[in-house]
Design a protein around this ligand. Structure first.
Ligand SMILES: *[C@@H]1O[C@H](CO)[C@@H](O)[C@H](O)[C@H]1NC(C)=O
Ligand SMILES: *[C@@H]1O[C@H](CO)[C@@H](O)[C@H](O)[C@H]1NC(C)=O
Ligand SMILES: *[C@@H]1O[C@H](CO)[C@@H](O)[C@H](O)[C@H]1NC(C)=O
Ligand SMILES: *[C@@H]1O[C@H](CO)[C@@H](O)[C@H](O)[C@H]1NC(C)=O
Ligand SMILES: *[C@@H]1O[C@H](CO)[C@@H](O)[C@H](O)[C@H]1NC(C)=O
Ligand SMILES: *[C@@H]1O[C@H](CO)[C@@H](O)[C@H](O)[C@H]1NC(C)=O
Length: 398
């Protein structure tokens, strides 16, 4: 079932885009040993990520990073084992701890998983971890399922939408942020994949539609980049590096969830479009890559009007490896390798990633001595995606 589906997706992908020039889809030859040759202690990067992640989206991103790093058998990138979800030999304890902590702190009057401080999308970033708890814990699991259902219903029925149907990133007004793509569609898709049946298919379609509707609003086709924030009482028209990273990586998780799930496997057209949209974004961002491998915080501004940002560089490189693992096409790998090498040089001996954007200001670097929670998690995601590409993928497909 899987093989014809993949072939059909590849065919649909070829038909769906004339911009993408697919060279012969020859699997990457033997990985170069220098790729693994860095001094980064990934456990320290992880410990630091745990230490400083506090906001809703930071915890949601950390939960995803821990799943991919420590329990890949539960990750949507592991197509053969992600679904159906059930407790395997090893419980995803580090992820469950996050779910346990936030559900224990949840007030009875809340319809979201955690307080989003005005953001409608961000609390949903924890949804996958909470669903994982629902299916793997043996005691008191139902409260996780109920909390996930309330979060879903809140998004679907309470949060305001654009006339076209895009769910707002904010509670108080309709405003679209590129960030939303990592927070909400992966949760909708995962929820749909575990539910299955007609309702599950509808949710998988909803996840896809939210990517589509957001892209219609935020993607500037002339430069192949996403604007950060639009609609509502203010906007940020910059092509923010991290915004583009959230968008590309979020679509990548939706794509992986479709491919890994029974209902999503037949959604060929949607998979082909997601591949194209991720690819288009990567074409855009890597065009502005600097000589040393970094991206800039505002991707297409002159370097003296912005600054180098390792956070977005890490997540976009991770997404490049993930996309290549699916398509078999290495067109973004040179850029990703150069970014990977830079990131591993930018992690110090005690596991901190340097030269990040301050994720709360969007527009200034992290002040000396402070670090980026999401940047720490992005480094974990990059490490895993890189190793999956070089060490896992090609063995299977030859
Ligand atoms: C998770 O919780 C268990 C039990 O409460 C604890 O032993 C373990 O150290 C926790 N793990 C982390 C990573 O916090
Ligand atoms: C829930 O109740 C607390 C006080 O108990 C209040 O501060 C908070 O705003 C309420 N939250 C919602 C979503 O109504
Ligand atoms: C939680 O698990 C139960 C089965 O134990 C299932 O019926 C329910 O649909 C699950 N909820 C979610 C949100 O996955
Ligand atoms: C599917 O969704 C409908 C409408 O929300 C609901 O009434 C029905 O119970 C759901 N079916 C299942 C199997 O969950
Ligand atoms: C990489 O190059 C950019 C300019 O293109 C510079 O701002 C940045 O500091 C450099 N990063 C490192 C780690 O050297
Ligand atoms: C930025 O650099 C350009 C040349 O690339 C120069 O023309 C411009 O004056 C510089 N702007 C500032 C603010 O330094």
């Amino acid at each position: 079932m899987r093989a014809p589906t993949s072939a059909a997706v590849a065919a649909a992908f070829l038909l769906s885009t004339s911009i993408v020039q697919l060279a012969a889809a020859i699997p990457y030859s033997s990985p170069s040993l220098t790729r693994e040759d860095n001094n980064v202690d990934i456990d320290l990067v992880r410990d630091n990520a745990k230490l400083i992640s506090v906001h809703s989206w930071e915890l949601g991103t950390l939960a995803e990073a821990l799943t991919e790093l420590e329990y890949p058998q539960y990750s949507v990138f592991n197509e053969k084992s992600a679904f159906p979800v059930h407790a395997r030999r090893e419980l995803p304890q580090d992820v469950l701890n996050i779910s346990e902590t936030i559900i224990a702190a949840r007030l009875p009057n809340m319809t979201t998983l955690i307080d989003g401080d005005g953001a409608a999308g961000d609390p949903a970033s924890l949804g996958v971890a909470v669903i994982l708890a629902n299916w793997t814990l043996t005691d008191d699991a139902a409260k996780y399922g109920e909390a996930a259902k309330e979060q879903l219903d809140h998004l679907l029925y309470t949060v305001p939408r654009t006339p076209s149907g895009a769910i707002s990133q904010r509670e108080s007004e309709v405003q679209l942020w590129a960030d939303f793509i990592y927070m909400v569609p992966p949760f909708l898709a995962y929820y749909g994949a575990v539910q299955g049946g007609k309702n599950g298919s509808d949710l998988l379609q909803e996840a896809y539609d939210q990517c589509r509707l957001y892209r219609d609003e935020l993607f500037d086709a002339d430069v192949h980049l996403w604007r950060h924030i639009d609609l509502g009482s203010w906007s940020d028209a910059h092509h923010w590096g991290t915004g583009n990273a959230w968008a590309a990586a979020g679509m990548m998780r939706v794509l992986a969830t479709l491919r890994a799930s029974e209902e999503g496997q037949s959604m060929i057209f949607q998979q082909a479009n997601l591949i194209d949209w991720i690819d288009q974004t990567l074409i855009g961002v890597w065009k502005y890559q600097q000589k040393n491998g970094t991206l800039l915080n505002y991707l297409d501004l002159p370097v003296n009007q912005t600054f180098a940002d390792t956070s977005s560089t890490a997540l976009l490189a991770a997404t490049s490896y993930r996309l290549a693992s699916v398509t078999g096409h290495d067109k973004h790998i040179k850029a990703a390798d150069s970014a990977y090498d830079l990131i591993m040089r930018e992690v110090d001996e005690v596991g901190w990633l340097h030269n990040t954007v301050d994720p709360l200001s969007f527009s200034t670097p992290s002040v000396p001595g402070s670090y980026s929670p999401e940047g720490q998690s992005f480094t974990l995601l990059l490490h895993v995606a890189h190793d999956a590409y070089y060490q896992g993928k090609w063995v299977d497909t030859r």
